[in-house]
Design a binder for this molecule. Structure first.
Ligand code: N2P
Length: 348
């Protein structure tokens, strides 16, 4: 009996040692980094340059909305190392204890973030998140087909747009924009106002060719559709590929966002995640990203290296009168159910 106990004990000791070792191996072994971000939102060689420099392998997965990011992080615990989400979603994830405080030790490039992008309501001291890019939403319009008509959701309900409209699959930014056109708060939680927005959007739906999986870039560039509700940088990328496509922000205003990198609380490769964030913040790496994605860049040290055309574009760095018309999406707590229901009914 004593012998049996000894043998069992030995197994336990060896077993514990093995698990300790394999845990170490996961921390230091052949490194893998899983990033959850958006489509068309990284430089052409950013990921491969990081892989070359670190020997790590990076998996870059894409989301189409902040709500999708939250759902993916929750349903895949211990998978994501870095995620890129907007202002209000940082707030939500932090409140749910889903973000890790970033250990700033040895991170040399955090200081490159400009003062205007610090002190945000969702992370006052930049403890959990680091600003990545900012932008707006609005309409991509192919001016070959739509000449001087001001675009609005109401205009898009006319029969001449049949099959010629696309939009992003993001309930908060789409419904938020429709609410603004109706003169309501884009973060409204009033069931009647949301119902009015649903009605207007439903009158547009017979004309919508596609609510896109990620971005309507290809549909617009190939002229399958004439107009899309989309993200600013994506629309500017469309313009780069097809000069007839212009970015229009309606007079009633639009939405804006500041996207941020954060490390989920259960990230398996936190050291590498810190290294990735610091790499992205290098002025040259960051400027190359902006040149490609054409979103605003909170990394002020990168600004002198950004191509002049983008640096001076009011569509990338909006002028004061545009900024005055922009609003942010906010966390609306459980009332999000109103939007989920509304969006379901739109997509049917
Ligand atoms: C899509 C980028 C969108 C960012 N290319 C919106 N948070």
């Amino acid at each position: 009996m004593k012998k049996l106990l000894l043998v069992l004990l030995a197994f336990c000791v060896i077993g514990a040692g093995y698990f300790a070792l394999s845990r170490n191996a996961a921390d230091t072994g052949p490194e893998e980094l899983t990033v959850l971000s958006w489509d068309d939102y990284i430089g052409l060689s950013t990921i491969s340059d990081f892989e070359k420099e670190t020997g790590a392998t990076v998996t870059y997965e894409v989301i189409k909305s902040n709500e999708e990011a939250l759902a993916r992080v929750k349903s895949n615990p211990g998978v994501y190392d870095v995620i890129v989400v907007s202002d209000y979603m940082v707030d939500i994830i932090k409140a749910e204890d889903g973000a890790m405080m970033i250990d700033k030790k040895g991170m040399e490039n955090l200081e490159n973030i400009g003062d205007a992008f610090r002190g945000t309501y969702f992370d006052k001291n930049m403890e959990y998140s680091v600003p990545y890019a900012f932008g707006t939403t609005g309409f991509a319009v192919n001016t070959q087909y739509i000449k001087d008509t001001p675009i609005s959701w109401k205009e898009l309900s006319k029969p001449e747009y049949k099959g010629k409209i696309a939009m992003i699959d993001d309930m908060r930014y789409v419904l938020g924009s429709v609410l603004m056109e109706l003169g309501f708060d884009p973060n409204s939680t009033d069931a009647q106002e949301i119902a009015a927005a649903v009605n207007l959007l439903k009158s547009v739906m017979p004309n919508v060719a596609k609510i896109t999986e990620s971005s309507p870039i290809d549909l617009m560039v190939n002229e399958n559709v004439w107009v899309s509700y989309a993200w600013s940088g994506d629309i500017l990328q469309m313009h780069t590929q097809n000069a007839d496509i212009e970015y229009k922000i309606p007079d009633y205003g639009s939405l804006t966002f500041l996207d941020n990198m954060l490390i989920p609380a259960d990230a398996p490769h936190r050291e590498l995640a810190r290294r990735y964030i610091d790499f992205i913040l290098r002025p040259d790496v960051s400027a190359a990203i902006t040149d490609e994605i054409q979103y605003g860049n909170p990394n002020t040290a990168a600004w002198p290296m950004i191509s002049e055309e983008i640096r001076e574009s009011p569509m990338v760095f909006p002028a004061a009168e545009t900024i005055a018309k922009l609003q942010y999406i906010k966390d609306i707590g459980d009332d999000i159910a109103l939007y989920e229901e509304a969006w379901e009914s739109i997509k049917q």
